[in-house]
Design a protein around this ligand. Structure first.
Ligand SMILES: *Cc1c(COP(=O)(O)O)cnc(C)c1O
Length: 366
């Protein structure tokens, strides 16, 4: 069989080790996974009740237009129902944007390192990918602007950025939007928006009224704790959403995804509590880093990218033996670092204890 040439060059997504694999490899009883930015406090108990009651009528297709979820979310956000599009995770929204706007002869601009799915899907569509190095963990918006030409269909802003956690600030965003030509769509990926506390965070949502070439993606996988259900969404103006809709599969979100997302939206106290505890435990991890003179990016998310006096792979290996899974910076494009999901208080305590053992091997105690 002959595949598209580009697929021969791309590798399938390599997931982090599963908890079961690590248990078996190291003969451990308990494993804490702090590698995929999942919510350490789980998900709203309402979701569990709703889903348990939903295991009937499995022979029926879901509502392909997700009407009930659409109504609930449009009210919460105060946008029209036709300004929303739902996907099998926001990963699928990224894929739909690429399918709709990118093809051979077009190009797309993004930061590097950033969330890898923009690049991956753009390449599959045959587009040229223009990557602009981060500066101190921040998007270099001026350089990104200078990469835009007549053939640039999409620019990606990951805000806050994964894997650094840095935010794009309001003033830089405003200037950027004013300068981007109207034939270029700006996609702002707000997968971690619920965790942001900075007053200076770029308000892409309010800018939707001003710019017709702007779209936001969000997800239920991170703060809402529903990664297993696979549900994310896009927000834009009605006409842009209408352009993308034909690329969407008819039943791309399941009955469980839709019902779970509605129940999760209705339990905002759960999110507030998860966010509050995230801040506390992020401070705990930062205090540990400060104490050991490890620098880190100023994260507004539920993860922290920490620089190390050794390779990320070395630290990852040591932590695995102690039952903690984190992501190595080498795999993320930032060598000598690890990206750590902020766990619960107990998880952060355990992790930092294990990290300390490794650090004191290389840096003599003061
Ligand atoms: C996790 C993540 C997503 C994807 O989330 P889904 O589970 O597909 O909704 C998108 N963007 C960023 C930056 C992420 O970190």
């Amino acid at each position: 069989m002959q595949t598209k040439d580009i697929l021969k060059e791309l590798s399938p997504y390599v997931p982090g080790k599963t908890i079961e694999e690590v248990k078996e490899m190291y003969g451990l009883e308990k494993i804490v996974k702090l590698a995929s930015n999942e919510n350490p406090y789980g998900f709203s108990p309402h979701v569990k009740h709703v889903l348990e009651d939903s295991v009937s009528s499995l022979e029926k297709y879901p509502d392909g237009y997700a009407r009930e979820l659409r109504r609930t979310l449009s009210r919460k956000l105060d946008v029209s129902e036709r300004q929303l599009i739902f996907g099998n995770g926001s990963d699928e929204i990224v894929q739909l944007i690429c399918r709709t706007f990118l093809e051979a002869g077009t190009n797309t601009v993004m930061a590097t390192p950033t969330f890898p799915q923009y690049r991956h899907n753009a390449l599959i569509e045959g587009a040229e990918v223009r990557e602009v190095e981060l500066v101190d963990g921040d998007h270099d918006l001026d350089e990104m602007l200078s990469q835009i030409d007549e053939q640039t269909r999409v620019v990606w802003l990951c805000n806050p950025n994964n894997p650094t956690g840095n935010i794009i600030r309001q003033e830089s965003f405003e200037q950027f939007m004013k300068a981007v030509p109207s034939h270029t769509l700006v996609v702002v990926d707000e997968a971690y928006v619920e965790y942001v506390t900075s007053d200076d965070f770029a308000d892409a949502f309010s800018a939707l009224d001003t710019y017709s070439n702007l779209m936001i993606t969000r997800t239920f996988s991170k703060a809402y704790g529903l990664a297993a259900l696979r549900v994310g969404y896009g927000i834009s103006n009605e006409s842009l959403i209408e352009q993308i809709e034909p690329a969407r599969e008819p039943f791309n979100t399941s009955v469980f995804a839709q019902k779970g997302a509605i129940a999760a939206l209705e339990d905002q106290p759960f999110i507030q509590e998860a966010v509050r505890r995230n801040i506390e435990n992020k401070e705990r991890l930062q205090a540990f880093c400060d104490q050991h003179e490890l620098s880190y990016f100023p994260s507004e998310t539920n993860f922290l990218l920490v620089h190390l006096p050794m390779t990320g792979d070395e630290m990852v290996e040591h932590l695995l033996k102690n039952g903690y899974i984190v992501r190595s910076g080498e795999a993320l494009g930032i060598p000598n670092s690890v990206r750590i999901t902020i766990g619960s208080e107990e998880e952060v305590e355990g992790l930092t204890k294990a990290m300390e053992e490794k650090l004191t091997e290389v840096v003599p105690e003061k």
